[in-house]
Design a protein around this ligand. Structure first.
Ligand SMILES: Nc1ncnc2c1ncn2[C@@H]1O[C@H](COP(=O)(O)OP(=O)(O)O)[C@@H](O)[C@H]1O
Ligand SMILES: [Mg+2]
Length: 309
């Protein structure tokens, strides 16, 4: 239904999207997971038609998304920066934005009321938006994106800066949209969200997808190994050097930063060997945790960075 091919976008010297390609089917919910600066907003902005000067193609429902204006009506967009009329009520905002699409007025009203119910704002429908909290605004924004029953819903970090309840509500809306046949791409840098909400996860960094699949498929990238997370008083360089000659031999350095390193080991019997090398170099270890591989480990392995950076 959506085929993105080789989207490339630079801002001066910065390559924000680097031959980005992706396929999405009807009703699929794709979580696009990437650290700050990965290119998520750039991608959403290009698809939303708010960013020019790029190369590559996007085919949506068999047609060129950028050439066919009618296709734009099939997209629902929830940008990171919200646009409302603060003085208008939630309902009037919905009717205003919905009026930009070709939805008959009566149908629009019915739909607006139904969506306000779904985003748990029905009781506040008549209040001016300026009285709303950040979470309420975000929910209203999501409702606006769904007003015209889009076939593809794009949300850019829809859960940033809102309370837990609003977050749960937005993730529910995303899941429901997928279940009713709307394809969804939502960007986030929250691992837990994609684990619980998506049918597919794509990990992106430096403007391209590094890996994609279901959660299980992604976790298999790290394999049936244990993850050893070491905290201590060491710099990244000496730490890597200390383990240089045993790395590869059942031990893989997934990521090494100052004071924190993650390793994948074939067996926990490897741990004394690791500790011995660190001890000999006088690198102090203050904490050592053994974990099962999870999405975070995969992310570390692929990007070399923690999402919490
Ligand atoms: N308007 C802009 N001008 C210059 N550089 C930009 C602009 N917008 C984004 N960038 C750069 O492009 C890269 C991708 O940014 P962005 O798409 O916002 O990433 P994300 O949304 O994943 O944080 C970053 O290096 C960012 O600094
Ligand atoms: Mg962004």
């Amino acid at each position: 239904m959506l085929e993105i091919r080789n989207l490339t976008k630079s801002y001066g010297d910065i390559l924000a999207l680097d031959r980005f390609s992706l396929d999405l089917g009807k009703g699929e919910v794709l979580g696009l997971l990437g650290p700050n600066g990965a290119g998520k907003t750039t991608l959403i902005s290009i698809l939303a038609g708010t960013l020019a000067d790029f190369s590559g193609t996007v085919t949506f429902q068999g047609r060129n998304l950028f050439a066919d204006r009618a296709l734009k009506n099939r997209l629902g967009i929830v940008p990171q920066d919200m646009a409302f009329y603060d003085e208008l009520s939630a309902m009037d905002n919905l009717l205003f934005w919905g009026g930009l699409y070709d939805v008959p007025r009566a149908e629009l009203k019915r739909r607006a009321a139904e969506l306000l119910e779904r985003v748990e704002l029905a009781g506040r429908a008549k209040e001016p938006v300026k009285k709303f909290s950040g979470g309420m605004k975000r929910r209203l924004n999501t409702a606006i994106g769904l007003l015209h029953h889009p076939d593809l819903l794009l949300l850019d970090e829809p859960t940033v800066g809102i309370d837990v309840q609003a977050k749960v509500s937005i993730l529910d809306i995303i899941r429901n949209a997928g279940a009713s046949g709307t394809a969804v791409i939502f960007t986030t840098h929250q691992l837990a969200e994609v684990e619980t909400t998506c049918s597919r996860i794509a990990i992106m960094d430096h403007g391209r997808i590094l890996a994609q699949g279901t959660l299980d498929e992604l976790v298999r990238i790290v394999g049936e190994r244990d993850i050893v997370e070491i905290t201590g008083e060491f710099a990244a360089g000496p730490f890597s050097e200390a383990l240089q000659d045993i790395a590869g031999d059942g031990i893989e350095l997934l990521s090494v930063a100052d004071n924190l390193a993650s390793l994948a080991v074939a067996a926990t019997e490897q741990i004394p060997r690791i500790m011995d090398r660190l001890f000999r170099r006088k690198l102090a270890v203050t904490d050592l945790k053994i974990k099962s591989p999870n999405l975070e480990t995969v992310f570390l392995k692929l990007t070399g960075r923690s999402l919490r950076d």
